[in-house]
Design a protein. Structure first.
Length: 223
């Protein structure tokens, strides 16, 4: 796979949406579901999904989407998944712009005497609130949270009552300044939840290899 060609394939907004949909699903996505989720005809979704396969960003296998087996279960359908090669492509286009603005605003305030650690947390939270407030998507708290975080390149994947963020948009920084960047991630995601008005969802640190250190999950009702 040529990385430049693959990134060029994602310059189309519809293909980016389809890729993000498939990348967020461990079990794969069929053409009909993909078309329904992004609001286009099936033949349009099929054309763009197959282009992503040609570029090596998606892979294909076949399974029965009905969940049934045996006579009458129907023929296996084509199912799209994110390919292993796709992780080498730098997809989050706005990640470093976001963290750069957070750092710049915090440093500027610190020059006036404000504590840098506190201003970083405040600026990251403020950025998250702006993104959350501006989001116009519908659905429950986890669905809307996933919508905002997908736009920022976190590649959220729904797991029971939680979102696993499969990508860190600030990966290069996180490798060298892990504690600092993980804190910014958490504060940003908490800001997103606040901006969305989420009362029953929280962000917590849950670091693991090869994904973001933050996990979004349904809050436990103490009552």
């Amino acid at each position: 796979m040529d990385d430049f060609s693959a990134i060029g394939a994602l310059s189309d907004p519809l293909r980016r949406r389809l890729y993000a949909l498939v990348a967020g699903r461990d079990d794969g996505v069929g053409r009909e579901e993909a078309a329904r989720e992004v609001g286009v005809p099936v033949h349009t979704a099929r054309f763009h999904l197959d282009k992503l396969v040609e570029e090596g960003l998606l892979s294909v296998d076949h399974r029965r989407l009905s969940g049934r087996s045996g006579p009458g279960a129907g023929r296996p359908a084509k199912v799209y998944r994110r390919s292993d090669a796709a992780v080498a492509v730098s997809l989050p286009q706005r990640g470093y712009d976001l963290v750069g603005r957070v750092f710049a605003a915090a440093v500027e305030r610190s020059l006036g005497g404000a504590p840098l650690v506190e201003t970083l947390a405040e600026e990251a939270g403020a950025a998250g609130r702006r993104d959350g407030t501006a989001y116009a998507g519908k659905g429950g708290e986890l669905e809307r949270s996933a919508g905002v975080l997908a736009e920022r390149g976190y590649e959220p994947s729904r797991t029971d009552d939680a979102l696993v963020l499969r990508n860190c948009p600030f990966d290069a920084l996180a490798r060298e300044h892990t504690a600092l960047v993980c804190g910014i991630n958490r504060d940003y995601v908490e800001g997103v939840l606040d901006g969305l008005g989420c009362d029953h969802t929280c962000a917590r640190l849950d670091p693991a290899p090869d994904r973001c250190c933050v996990r979004v999950e349904a809050s436990v009702d103490p009552g």
